[in-house]
Design a protein around this ligand. Structure first.
Ligand code: 13P
Ligand code: SF4
Length: 336
């Protein structure tokens, strides 16, 4: 388990990071000033709210963010994403101070694979190696042979001998998709992302009838029936790049809605329609990612809290499979 410093937890629970921010403050200017003063870098995932993306020094998918976290010379890494992403940054660059706007920003997919349960379950497959999606805890990474992200998973699996038996965790949807595109028969852990399982196939089908010119683009964490009708499947960065190079003018985007900010910014003349969830909630927004706000980010940078810390033995164990992923990605020329 990653160590969440109890003092930090108490501070957050007492509302330390919820203290009111003077509404007349220009948070964009203040954040820029603090970044320079503290030699801090802000790394943000595409699912963050637009204001956070706009103050980030780098926005990327999980692979790009890990690569950036490893190479940065900044003294402080402010990670605007969820807990497992900040953990990965700490694992890769332990001498840096890693802070995140909200310690409670977790991930339903990561939570679906508790390390103790997984360790017991994998005992059934002693001759399998474990390929684990980066959306998991440091404890799960320590139990894995190789980590992958949605942008390099196929290359990672293809790099393994054809007769190598594999367990894939924790995302059963991504795992099933990878079994299909690699021709493997990986044993899948039964985990899933709450956001990517909420899309309504019926509503998407209706949208496609209303917008016959639109292309459906989807993240591979989506369920198989949706992926089957998608025109393009890829990680967040791959989806963004696709909309930059493809000639269509309209896209139905089946992933968390935060990505639409960069798509629209980059291609203002194109139309991007968020794929609708199967009820009237805003469930195509990740409630974990959206715990971060510009105010919390400002306070986090100002007070350098909450900080992500980790036991060294866990960090070293979790580092090995991440480094294997980065080496294979580098050899394949993959950048997130
Ligand atoms: P990528 O940005 O690597 O495609 O991952 C998506 C995701 O679910 C992050 O939580
Ligand atoms: Fe986790 Fe899904 Fe949210 Fe990504 S979108 S952080 S996989 S719950």
């Amino acid at each position: 388990m990653a160590v969440i410093n109890t003092q930090q937890m108490e501070l957050q629970e007492k509302g330390f990071l919820d203290i009111a921010v003077d509404p007349s403050l220009d948070l964009f200017a203040e954040i820029e000033r603090l970044k320079k003063e503290k030699n801090a870098i802000v790394l943000a995932h595409y699912y963050q709210e637009p204001d956070i993306q706009d103050v980030a020094d780098y926005i990327g998918d999980s692979l790009g963010l890990a690569q950036k976290a490893k190479e940065t010379n900044a003294d402080i890494i402010l990670f605007a994403g969820v807990h497992f992403m900040a953990e990965t940054a700490k694992i890769l660059n332990p001498t840096k101070k890693v802070v995140l706007p909200d310690l409670k920003a977790g991930c339903s997919l990561s939570d679906s694979a508790p390390p103790a349960l997984f360790a017991k379950w994998k005992e059934q497959y002693p001759d399998h190696i474990v390929v684990t999606y980066i959306n998991c805890s440091a404890g799960m990474k320590a139990l894995s042979d190789i980590i992958c992200t949605s942008s390099n998973a196929k290359a990672i699996i293809d790099s393994l001998p054809a007769d190598q038996k594999i367990i894939f965790a924790p995302d059963k949807n991504l795992g099933a998709y990878l079994n299909k595109v690699t021709g493997r028969n990986m044993v899948l852990w039964n985990g899933a992302c709450m956001v990517h399982e909420i899309f309504s196939l019926e509503k998407i089908t209706r949208l496609k009838i209303r917008h016959p010119e639109a292309k459906l683009i989807a993240h591979p964490e989506c369920e198989e029936p949706l992926l089957r009708i998608a025109d393009y499947i890829g990680s967040t960065t791959q989806l963004l790049k696709y909309t930059q190079t493809d000639s269509s003018q309209t896209y139905i985007v089946a992933t968390e809605t935060g990505i639409l900010h960069q798509m629209q910014k980059d291609q203002p003349q194109k139309t991007f329609i968020p794929a609708p969830p199967d009820n009237s909630c805003a469930c195509n927004e990740c409630p974990h990612m959206k715990l971060n706000t510009l105010e919390k980010l400002y306070l986090c940078l100002k007070y350098e809290q909450p900080e992500l810390t980790m036991e060294e033995s866990l960090r070293v164990a979790a580092l090995k499979p991440i480094e294997r992923m980065l080496e294979i990605s580098k050899a394949a020329g993959l950048i997130g």
